[in-house]
Design a protein around this ligand. Structure first.
Ligand code: ADP
Ligand code: MG
Ligand code: ZN
Length: 640
C-alpha cells in the first residue's frame, strides 16, 4: 500500500500534491543578477586572453634592425615588404635567432634615425621588394571573428552556467542567483491512489465524506440545484485514527488532485511568509480544480486567539490563519476546491474556523471498535502471508483502544518477528509477540542487582495485586520484571471490552492501581524510589481530570475548572480560589487512594509476597499465572 506522503514537487513548496497534472513548463528565464554577470565576465576574460596569446604566438618573430641589417649584408634576405618604417621579410636560409631558435620569416622596425642607405644595400644584394605583404595577414573575416569571440563565449557560458546552477540548486534558494525553480517533475495522475478500500473501521466518517466525493466527481446536479458544498470539512480525532489517510482517500476516490500541507509547514519566523504560501497553494489548487486542499494539524495555527504558545509568534499565526479563512470565503462552490483539515484537538480551535461557510462540518474520527479493528487488521495483512489458523478476530478482541496506526504498526512488527524467526508466514504467536512488544516496549538487556530486582518485583506486584483487587477494574493481562523500554518492569491491564465512559469508582481504582507500586515499596521496604515517576504522572492526569473536567469533586462542583487547552494560561480560566480548591481536591483524592493502596497491601501481604516470589522466579507472568500466584479467582471472568 502506498501510504507514504506524496512527494513534494520542489523543496521550496511547503505543500505536497498528488494526482495533479504536471504544470506547464515555466518559461526559462534569462539568468540574471550581478553575481552571475561577474563570474561569467571573469571566465570570458581568462578564456579570451588564452585565445589571443595563442593567436599571437603564431605571428612571425620580430627581429632587431641590427640583425636585419646583418642578414642583408650577408645576402641572406630573399624578399621584403615595407610599409612605412615597418618591414616584413623572408630569408633565403634559416638563420639562428639571437634570442634562441631559428627563423625564416620576420618583421622588424626601421628606426627613423637610421642613416644607412637601405635601398642601395637591397639592390646590391638583389633583394626583391614586393608589393604584397610577405607575412600572411589575418583575413578580415578572421579579425571579425576574433572580435566577436568574447561576446559569443560570454553568451554560451552564461547559458551553460545558468542551466547547471538551475539543476544543482533545484531552485532551492527560491529565486536566488540563477532563476527561480527548475521545471517541476510531472506527478503520475492515477498510479496507486489511496481510496476508501484502504480505510476501515470508520464507516460513519466515510459516509459523511461520500457526498464530498460525489460532488467532486459529478458537480453538475449540485450546481443545477444551486447547492453549495460545505466550505470545508474538519476531521477531528486522536492521532493515528486515519484522518490523513481519509483525506487522501477522498481525493483518490473522486479522482481529483490532492494538495496537502501541514499547518506548521506554513509558519516561519518571518511574518507574512505563511500567508504567501497559503495564497500560492490555493492558487495552484484552483488551476486544476476540482481539487482537494488538505491542511493537517490545523490546531497549530488555528488555536483560539489569545491562547498562548504556538510557532512563530502571534502575528504570523494569525496572518496565516486569516489567509486560509480568506481563501475559503473566496470560494464559490463552482470553483470545486474542497478544503479538508485535520486536528487532534477540535476543542481548542478558534471559533472563526468553524463559522458557517468555513469548516462548518466537523467530523469526529474515533478509534475503531472491535469489528473495525478486525477490518483494519485485514487491510494491513493484505500483503503479509498469514499462516493457516491465524485469527485476526482474536487479535481485534485483545486490542481495545488501539488506533489504526497502532494496528498497522502491530502487523508490521509481527511480520518483522516472523522474518527474524525464519518463518515464511506470520503466525498467531508472532502477532502476540508483536502486541507484547508494542504494548510493553522492547525488552532491554539490563543486569539488575539482586536487591533492585526484588524491589522491582514488589513494585510490579503492588500494581498487579491492587489491579486485581479493585472492583470493576480492568483485568491484569501481564506482569513482568524484564526491563522494557524505559521501565524496569511492566504491569499491563486492558479492558475486557471497549469502554467509552468511566465511572468515578473505576477512575479511583485506576489511581489506586497506579499508586500500588509506590505503596508496595513503602509497605515492604519503607523506601521511596525514583521508579514511580511515570506512575505519578498518570495519577496526576487522572486526578486533574476528575476534579477539573468531570465534576467528580463536591467542593469544586459540576463545572470545568481547568482549561481544556493545556497551552492556555492556567490563571485565566477560573478564580484563584477555585484553582486552590482544585489543587486541594486533587491532593485529597490521591492521598485517600494512596492510603487505601497501602492498607490493602498490608491486609493482603501474603498475596503480595506470593506474587513477588512468583515474579522473581518466572520474570513474566501472564493473566492466568498472575491470578493463580496471587490466589485470586477472577470475578469478572464468569460474567464475561
Ligand atoms: P492521523 O492523521 O489521524 O494521525 P493517519 O491517517 O496518519 O492518522 O494514519 C496513519 C496510518 O495508520 C495510515 O497511513 C494507515 O496505514 C493506518 N491507519 C490509520 N487509521 C486507519 C484506518 N481506519 N484504516 C486503515 N488504516 C488506518
Ligand atoms: Mg495525520
Ligand atoms: Zn510503577
Amino acid at each position: 500500500m502506498t501510504n507514504a506522503a506524496p512527494p513534494r514537487r520542489a523543496p521550496d513548496e511547503p505543500w505536497r500534491s498528488e494526482g495533479a497534472p504536471p504544470p506547464e513548463q515555466p518559461r526559462r528565464r534569462m539568468p540574471g543578477g550581478w553575481g552571475g554577470l561577474i563570474v561569467t565576465a571573469l571566465a570570458v576574460f581568462v578564456l579570451a586572453n588564452l585565445v589571443l596569446s595563442y593567436v599571437n604566438q603564431r605571428r612571425e618573430p620580430t627581429v632587431s634592425y641590427t640583425e636585419f641589417s646583418r642578414q642583408v649584408d650577408a645576402g641572406n634576405v630573399a624578399k621584403i615588404y615595407a610599409k612605412g618604417d615597418s618591414i616584413q621579410g623572408e630569408l633565403k636560409k634559416k638563420a639562428p635567432k639571437p634570442g634562441g631558435g631559428d627563423y625564416t620569416k620576420f618583421t622588424t622596425q626601421r628606426p627613423a634615425f637610421a642613416e644607412d642607405d637601405l635601398w642601395a644595400a637591397l639592390t646590391a644584394k638583389k633583394v626583391t621588394v614586393t608589393a604584397e605583404p610577405v607575412v600572411q595577414q589575418r583575413g578580415v573575416l578572421f579579425n571579425v571573428l576574433i572580435a566577436l569571440a568574447p561576446m559569443v563565449l560570454l553568451i554560451a557560458l552564461w547559458v551553460f552556467i545558468a542551466r547547471r546552477m538551475g539543476a544543482a540548486m533545484g531552485g532551492g534558494l527560491g529565486g536566488g542567483m540563477f532563476g527561480r525553480k527548475p521545471p517541476p517533475k510531472p506527478v503520475e495522475v492515477t498510479a496507486g491512489r489511496t481510496t476508501f478500500a484502504d480505510v476501515a473501521g470508520i464507516d460513519e466518517v466515510e459516509a459523511e465524506l461520500s457526498d464530498v466525493v460525489d460532488f467532486l466527481k459529478n458537480p453538475a446536479p449540485y450546481r443545477r440545484m444551486g447547492a453549495r458544498m460545505p466550505g470545508g470539512v474538519l476531521l477531528a480525532g486522536p492521532p493515528g485514527t486515519g484522518k490523513t489517510l481519509l483525506a487522501r482517500a477522498v481525493a483518490g476516490e473522486a479522482g481529483v488532485p490532492f494538495f496537502s500541507a501541514s499547518a506548521s509547514e506554513f509558519i516561519e519566523m518571518i511574518v507574512g511568509v505563511g500567508a504567501g504560501r497559503v495564497r500560492e497553494l490555493f492558487a495552484e489548487a484552483r488551476k486544476v480544480a476540482p481539487a482537494i486542499v488538505f491542511i493537517d494539524e490545523i490546531d497549530t495555527i488555528g488555536r483560539a486567539r489569545g491562547a498562548g504558545g504556538g510557532l512563530g509568534g502571534h502575528d504570523e499565526r494569525e496572518q496565516t490563519l486569516n489567509q486560509i479563512l480568506t481563501e475559503m470565503d473566496g470560494f464559490t462552490g463552482s470553483e470545486g476546491v474542497v478544503v479538508l483539515a485535520a486536528t487532534n484537538r477540535a476543542d481548542v480551535l478558534d471559533a472563526a474556523l468553524t463559522r458557517p461557510g468555513r469548516f462548518d462540518r466537523v467530523v469526529q474520527v474515533s478509534p475503531p471498535d472491535r469489528a473495525g479493528r478486525e477490518a483494519i487488521l485485514d487491510i494491513h495483512t493484505r500483503e503479509i502471508p498469514l499462516a493457516p489458523g491465524v485469527d485476526l478476530g482474536r487479535m481485534a478482541a485483545v486490542t481495545p483502544g488501539m488506533t489504526g496506526a497502532e494496528l498497522a504498526n502491530l502487523t508490521n512488527e509481527a511480520a518483522l518477528i516472523a522474518v527474524k524467526r525464519g518463518q515464511d508466514a506470520v503466525t498467531q504467536g508472532d502477532l502476540s509477540a508483536a502486541l507484547e512488544k508494542v504494548q510493553l516496549g522492547a525488552e532491554r538487556p539490563l543486569v539488575m542487582a539482586q536487591e533492585e530486582r526484588r524491589r522491582t518485583a514488589y513494585h510490579e506486584s503492588g500494581h498487579a495485586l491492587l489491579g486485581m483487587l479493585q472492583p470493576g477494574a480492568d483485568p491484569v493481562r501481564k506482569v513482568t520484571i524484564v526491563p522494557r523500554g524505559r521501565a524496569l518492569g511492566v504491569t499491563l491491564s486492558t479492558p475486557e471490552a471497549d469502554k467509552y465512559a468511566y465511572t468515578e469508582e473505576y477512575l479511583k481504582g485506576r489511581i489506586i492501581g497506579a499508586l500500588g507500586g509506590m505503596a508496595a515499596e513503602q509497605v515492604v521496604f519503607e523506601v521511596i524510589t525514583t521508579g514511580s515517576e511515570s506512575d505519578l504522572e498518570q495519577v496526576t492526569r487522572l486526578a486533574r481530570g476528575m476534579v477539573g473536567h468531570w465534576g467528580m469533586s463536591e467542593r469544586v462542583g459540576r463545572l470545568t475548572a481547568i482549561p481544556a487547552d493545556p497551552q492556555q494560561p492556567y490563571g485565566l480560566s477560573a478564580a484563584p480560589a477555585t484553582l486552590d480548591t482544585v489543587e486541594h481536591e486533587m491532593r485529597r483524592i490521591t492521598d485517600e487512594c494512596y492510603e487505601s493502596a497501602c492498607r490493602q497491601l498490608r491486609e493482603n501481604r501474603d498475596r503480595l509476597d506470593a506474587l513477588a516470589a512468583a515474579l522473581l522466579e518466572h520474570e513474566t507472568l501472564d493473566e492466568e499465572a498472575a491470578y493463580r500466584a496471587a490466589g485470586i479467582t477472577r470475578l469478572s471472568k464468569d460474567a464475561s
